[in-house]
Design a protein around this ligand. Structure first.
Ligand code: NI
Length: 210
């Protein structure tokens, strides 16, 4: 009787220890997991966005100030990107197409912007040809290495030319988010690269509408 009882108490003690260790492990690993989960800080606390001075696909100088009063939908990528960039830009511009049908006044207040992270190959002309695939209002921007680096830094965009044996045939690793900025150029939200056009259109109504 007493043996069974002490065994039971001993067993319960072990269980409590195990639960405690489990809880410690979970809470201990949580913050570490978050801290290492990505280079892009997405919390509302972090400042995302800032000034940029670049050149559009028609050779015109464009800065963030040109878009005040309208929402900017910004995507950083490169025209040679085989899949992620076209998918993201397609979702972004199709969302805009949908809004142009359902809420034209709202759609007009949104400017879709593509900023290259590969200014070496994405010239004004390359961007012009690329932008035509997506949307008539898409603003495709390029600039000097320094101007692009500065814009990417402001938006906390990571990019890096991948190792390649060829000087002209290479990929660029880059973070892939569509940023929504308000009429004052402040960060509103962002969409993951796999967000659908429908999902984006719906959320844009909520953020830009009224
Ligand atoms: Ni890409």
């Amino acid at each position: 009787m007493t043996t069974t009882r002490s065994l039971l108490i001993f067993g319960l003690g072990l269980l409590v220890l195990a639960l405690g260790a489990g809880a410690w492990f979970l809470t201990g690993s949580g913050p570490r997991g978050v801290a290492t989960s990505g280079s892009v800080v997405t919390s509302g606390q972090a400042k995302v966005g800032g000034p940029f001075a670049l050149i559009d696909q028609h050779g015109e100088s464009r800065s963030d100030a040109d878009f005040r009063g309208r929402h900017m939908l910004i995507y950083f990528g490169f025209t040679f990107c085989p899949d992620i960039c076209p998918t993201s830009l397609m979702a972004m511009t199709r969302a805009l197409d949908q809004l142009e049908e359902s809420a034209p006044a709202l759609a007009e207040r949104i400017v879709p912007i593509f900023i290259t992270v590969d200014p070496e190959r994405d010239t004004v002309e390359a961007n012009r040809l690329y932008a035509e695939h997506f949307h008539p209002r898409l603003v495709a921007l390029t600039g000097s290495e320094a101007q692009i680096a500065s814009a990417a830094k402001a938006y906390r965009v990571y990019y890096r030319k991948a190792e390649s044996s060829s000087a002209s045939d290479y990929l660029v690793d880059h973070s892939s988010f569509v940023y929504l900025m308000d009429g004052d150029g402040n960060y509103v939200t962002h969409f993951a690269h796999n967000a659908s056009a429908e999902e984006m259109a719906e959320k844009l109504v909520g953020y830009v509408g009224s």
